[in-house]
Design a protein around this ligand. Structure first.
Ligand code: NAG
Ligand code: NAG
Ligand code: NAG
Ligand code: NAG
Ligand code: NAG
Ligand code: NAG
Length: 520
């Protein structure tokens, strides 16, 4: 027999190296081995507006696949209607492509409903989704009820994902943890972990290389309880600078105080048990409620992190009415995470106006043109397009481009703030700061129609003017282009809180670069 040729030996070494490189590729971010890095995106929040995609979704988890950012959420509807998953990808976290039905129950024989909290992972050239299904309750598996955490596999990030094992991967309660809300994390040494658990208990288990079966811990057990104090559900593991950050959700998911806390450990197994977390995300009475169940996007090669989460718009009460948002997550020098500030911005660069509502409903002449929100109204009662905010003390910035229309006292465009009842013109309350091409700026009390105004401000048609409203206590100021000194002020304390919007009365205008921040 001939000894192996040098060429063959070299080939074998090369293949082994290749396999090693694959196994040790950057696994902590669930990146695949596609030779493309995603764009470095350095934002303070979703600059093109939160929610960043349209529709009721919840429980987002993330991955970086093929040079794109991916978000995998729960479809947020009544349990019986939760029979499918959609996914979203983006090159820049601004423009999103939706992939409907990446996984449906027709490809998972045992799943009937409540398909929840997809967790993506990539290994061995395959894409995995771990999902909860059927919402099984304690004691039910013993009576033959099938459900729990399943695993599905696909050749492409967007699926179609099909059941990998024909049954739940975790089909029973262990350590009192409901088998839902899984997160899969692959450590730098290649060991994969699954974190999961509802009903106030969290477990971790080791996944084998095949990603569809378990290894045991040294003591022979499969499931190790790691429940932190106040833990409810939604664990998420993040590794940064060699430290393991476990994040989780607290409170009830239908309530306003659903929130995210985290704890740090030197090992992926904790200790987290009994540890009190530090709260980093929660409701803000000016922005949204029920903010929780997060994923994290780490921009590769940088120290830029985003927390991706769901929240409930202020005016929504139904449990399922949850939307997908992201905000910047900053780390302090000592490695701790700063509390997340949910910012309110929209530069319309994504070409949509998700999160804005048109009043009166169905008004014509509302469209996105050239990264601006264009409004046209031929009525003196006007068109208002409003967010679902509830700011009190605020700094509200936007750019306004007025059209060259004939001007009289009923013709203006501008910003609505501390407003309520904007759905109905006559009962609308709050304030309006309006601009006219004649050079007039007004502040109107929408409740009694009283206005203060000034003439001679340098306002030209078809020019982008930067407008700022500052409302601190009873002090209301309007700035045009120069933010050092207001053109008009009013002291009025009639309205203390309400929504923000843009409005046109008997004219057309374009609005851009909206930003509303608490305080001055
Ligand atoms: C998980 O819990 C089920 C139900 O109690 C039990 O049958 C099973 O042995 C447990 N599995 C492990 C690995 O502890
Ligand atoms: C993995 O990610 C880290 C941090 O983003 C980076 O420094 C490192 O170069 C990456 N490794 C590979 C193999 O891409
Ligand atoms: C807005 O805030 C005011 C006072 O802070 C409060 O009374 C009102 O209920 C809030 N509205 C909404 C929709 O949250
Ligand atoms: C808002 O409108 C409703 C009915 O349209 C009315 O009952 C309510 O008093 C109004 N609120 C204010 C603050 O005017
Ligand atoms: C009407 O609006 C003006 C201007 O905001 C305000 O000063 C006044 O108090 C209001 N009057 C009533 C009765 O609300
Ligand atoms: C919005 O404003 C910021 C800061 O003033 C500016 O850098 C950015 O280019 C503006 N974006 C648009 C779309 O106008």
């Amino acid at each position: 027999m001939r000894s192996p040729s040098k060429l063959r030996l070299a080939l074998e070494v090369a293949l082994a190296l290749f396999a090693f490189a694959r196994a040790s590729a950057n696994t902590t971010d669930t990146t695949d081995d596609y030779p493309q890095r995603p764009a470095i995106v350095d934002y303070s929040t979703s600059e093109a507006g939160n929610p960043f995609v349209d529709g009721w979704y919840a429980d987002p988890d993330t991955a970086i696949y093929q040079g794109l950012y991916w978000v995998f959420p729960t479809s947020s509807y009544p349990y019986e209607e939760q029979t499918y998953l959609d996914a979203f990808s983006s090159p820049d976290l601004i423009h999103w492509t939706k992939y409907p039905n990446i996984l449906t129950i027709k490809d998972v024989t045992w799943a009937k409903k409540a398909v929840w909290a997809p967790a993506p992972a990539f290994r061995n050239g395959k894409y995995y989704i771990y999902f909860g299904a059927n919402d099984i309750q304690e004691g039910e598996p013993e009576q033959g009820v099938i459900g729990g955490i399943g695993v599905a596999v696909a050749d492409k990030p967007q699926g179609p994902y099909v059941d990998a094992i024909g049954k739940p991967l975790i089909g029973a309660y262990n350590n009192s943890a409901q088998p839902i809300d899984q997160d899969v994390f692959i450590d730098d040494d290649g060991q994969a972990y699954i974190y999961y658990g509802g009903h106030g208990h969290a477990n971790v288990a080791k996944l084998k290389e095949d990603m569809i079966s378990f290894d045991t811990f040294e003591d022979g057990t499969t499931f190790k309880e790691i429940t932190p104090k106040d833990y409810v559900e939604g664990p998420q593991m993040l590794k940064r600078n060699g430290k393991y950050y476990l994040m989780w959700s607290e409170g009830g998911w239908t309530g306003p105080d659903y929130r995210v806390s985290y704890a740090v450990a030197a090992s992926p197994l904790g200790p987290f048990f009994g540890v009190t977390g530090t709260r980093i995300l929660q409701q803000d009475s000016a922005v949204a409620k029920g903010s929780g169940h997060n994923g994290v996007i780490h921009v590769p090669g940088t120290d830029i992190y985003y927390i991706v989460y769901h929240r409930r718009p202020l005016s929504e009460d139904a449990g399922e009415h949850r939307v997908l948002c992201y905000d910047r997550m900053y780390f302090k020098e000592d490695g701790s995470i700063e509390p997340v500030k949910m910012l309110v911005k929209d530069d319309f660069v994504d070409g949509d106006m998700v999160g804005w509502k048109v009043h009166p409903e169905g008004s014509e002449g509302v469209q996105i043109v050239d990264n601006k929100l264009g409004l046209e109204s031929h009525s003196r009662s006007g068109t208002i397009v409003a967010l679902d905010t509830n700011f009190t003390d605020q700094t509200y910035d936007a750019t306004v481009i007025l059209s060259d229309s004939s001007d009289d006292f009923g013709t203006s465009a501008g910003l609505i703030f501390r407003a309520t009842n904007v759905t109905s013109g006559p009962t609308a309350r709050g304030y309006y700061a309006g601009l006219s091409t004649s050079g007039r700026v007004i502040i109107m009390n929408l409740g009694n129609g009283t206005t203060v105004h000034i003439e001679g401000v340098d306002i030209k048609p078809e020019i982008e003017h930067r407008v700022r409203v500052s409302a601190i206590g009873a002090d209301i100021s309007v700035f045009v282009d120069d933010f050092a000194s207001p053109v008009l002020t009013l002291r009025d304390a009639t309205y203390t809180a309400g929504t923000n919007g843009v409005a046109v009365f008997n004219t057309q205008a374009k609005f851009g670069n909206v930003s509303i921040a608490e305080g001055s």
